[in-house]
Write a protein that binds this ligand. Structure first.
Ligand code: FPP
Length: 251
């Protein structure tokens, strides 16, 4: 039995999923919280709060069906350009989320990690992240990977700086630089590339997300706004993915 199969807590064939070829890593651009709130004549913060509910359902399903890594684009390097109240509301929401949910996630064997440059985040959020990642570090169930102050270009720029400094210090030589070495310097070092990327809300853009890692990723776009997304719709996206013919540039 494969490691992935052992982690499944439900019979995925009853969901119309094939056990072979289940994506190990799914990445999600959670978009549409603001429009969801606007449709209800509510402030954008209401949409972000509803977005956390969607998150709960998606994490549970991903964990139950044996997905290894779920990367969520929670805050991009460009999101700092939003009104200051929205930015601080999002930061507060994430602090609350980790305070409230990290223990339950830990009990469900979920390992919490982050990607992105955490140095610009508020101290109390950094503290919660450090606590949650430390608490869950030995878990071997779903890896919930939260992208915070993350941008694909920023990640690559930071990787290039680290490689340049390793060169300066004589730790590596220019002949050592190949794709495998670059991967070691990315925030996602050691994590398989996502096979499936989902973007909600009917937008067809990358928005600076995982630029290196998505070279051969399959995309799934849905008009559903993020707060209306849930575990059943995640399964629908995976069923769609499993119908595809992945050739990786070959025939
Ligand atoms: C995009 O919708 C959503 C975000 C920028 C934030 C996503 C955050 C959450 C779902 C909640 C917090 C996350 C964690 C991990 C606890 P938008 O605001 O751009 O929507 P719009 O395009 O309709 O305006």
């Amino acid at each position: 039995m494969t490691r992935q199969k052992m982690k499944q807590t439900i019979d995925i064939e009853t969901l119309g999923l094939k056990p072979e070829g289940l994506p190990k890593h799914i990445a999600i651009i959670m978009d549409g919280n603001g429009r969801w709130a606007k449709k209800r004549l509510m402030p954008r913060s209401f949409g972000h709060r509803a977005g956390v509910e969607a998150l709960r359902s998606v994490i549970r399903t991903a964990s139950d069906i044996g997905i290894e890594v779920l990367t969520l684009y929670a805050f991009s390097t460009e999101n700092w350009n939003r009104p200051v109240e929205e930015v601080s509301g999002l930061m507060q929401l994430m602090v609350e989320y980790l305070k409230r949910e990290a223990r339950a996630l830990h009990e469900n064997n979920v390992k919490i990690t982050t990607i992105g440059d955490l140095s610009r985040l508020e101290g109390k959020l950094i503290d919660e992240i450090q606590w949650a990642t430390e608490l869950t570090k030995d878990n071997d169930g779903l890896n919930l990977n939260i992208a915070l102050n993350y941008g694909g270009r920023d990640e690559l720029t930071r990787a290039i700086k680290k490689i340049a400094s390793a060169l300066d210090m004589g730790k590596i030589s220019s002949e050592d630089i190949d794709t495998a070495l670059v991967e070691e310097y990315l925030d996602t070092a050691g994590v398989p590339d996502p096979e499936l990327l989902i973007r909600t809300s009917g937008e067809y853009r990358f928005s600076n997300f995982m630029l290196w890692q998505t070279a051969y990723t399959e995309f799934y776009f849905t008009n559903t706004l993020w707060p209306d997304f849930n575990g059943d719709l995640l399964v629908e996206a995976i069923r769609d993915y499993q119908k595809r013919d992945r050739r990786f540039g070959s025939l």
